[in-house]
Design a protein around this ligand. Sequence first.
Ligand SMILES: [Zn+2]
Length: 475
Amino acid sequence: MHFRCPALALPSLIFASTITLGQTTQALPPLAIEHVTLLPMTVDCPVLHDQTVTLRDGRIVGIEASTGAKVGAGVRRIDGAGKYLMPSLTDAHVHLENDRVLRMFLKNPNIPTGTIRTEDIFLPYVASGVLQVFDLSATSETVGQRDEVESGRVVGPHIALAAMIDGPDPFWPVGMTRVAATPSDGRQAVRDASAEGYEIIKVYSKLDLQTFTAIVDEARRLHMPVVGHIPQRGRGITEKFFQPGFGMVAHAEEFAQQTNVPAEADIPRYVEMAKRNGAWLTGTLSLDERLLEETSHPESLKARSELRFLTPLVYAMVTEHNPYVAQANANYVGYLRTIVAFNRKLVQAFAAAGIPVLAGTDTPVPGMVAGFALHDELEAMARYGLSNRQVLEGATRLPAEWLGVAGDRGVIALGKRADLLLLDADPIADVANTRKITAVVVGGRFLSRSDLDREMQALDDRYARIRNGGAAETH
Ligand SMILES: [Zn+2]
């Protein structure tokens, strides 16, 4: 898909009331961010200096040089001098929590309803500038969470829902995954997911080739993109899974696991398979780095201050009953080390071949924290040899293209959603500068650093009380 540089426009503007985080249904005031350096992330438009960007009704309605720009009365003016405006970020691989998933994930049926508050789950994403996520094991509760965001009742990221389908004896509990033992089961599982409002199909490791083939074919028929694992590890039939409609591999390590020992010599073959098939890659590079770090140095988790933003029950699991740490022995740690080394070579080769690599984290796998982990992933992608522009595109325009919503979001252009990051430093110079968030604009709502810090502090305080044995606050 091709994007042009943003055209000029002068909106007509109307004043409305001010808004705070959590109250999202009021009309938003129009907003002009002036004198800002603009990183539109469109294909053919690198950087625009000294721009005025006008937002109204949740959309970008004006982009023009600040010299000569006329900002109407009643428009809230933000001084963007010395700051950088870019599209908000996408995490293309997460697992959102809800009460039922938590019961399954932690194997504890007694977790009471109301333990997970949707706004608490979303806040770390918003505060980190992540305003689009792909939930790769969405459940019916996630449909409700998505509706809460889209209706404006809760501030949160846009959620693309993937229905996970695995083979018999699935890896995850039924309820998080669907099960298909035959091609006709597979087709029906796809039709069910489509009818229920899921946008993506996630294929998983235990599917047999015939069922996988039927699932991918049915998804293609229903215009649902397919992402997932490469099933039947170690059987020597990797290439057979690369068939039309299998649109993205969910982890770089999937390729490492196609052979008993990660085979770097096979990387050119994997590049060829993916390229020929048009399959993209979500790296989840920082995930494997984190698993290596916490299994070789369990105490490293304590140094990660962002863990306090984990749901308290997940915090307890990560810090006290971490299954990765429990199984850590020299063999496992050594294996993880080979995976990390393999990932680096694979991702370099994919990027060099022009295959899009998306930023994804697999949050909340132990050690990965919503929002924070995405910034770790961006830095890992840059360290592994992607250009800073490739890294940023892999978290903005490209995921929107893969999802088929590029007409609506992913870049800064007229008519696109006003989901933006205002940064204190240039992310093209250093992707770590995406952490220097001075404001997040969510659907045209301007959330300053102090707004975000205040909400995060309140969440931190409440979670700390729960961790220390106090009851959750009532509302
Ligand atoms: Zn995952």
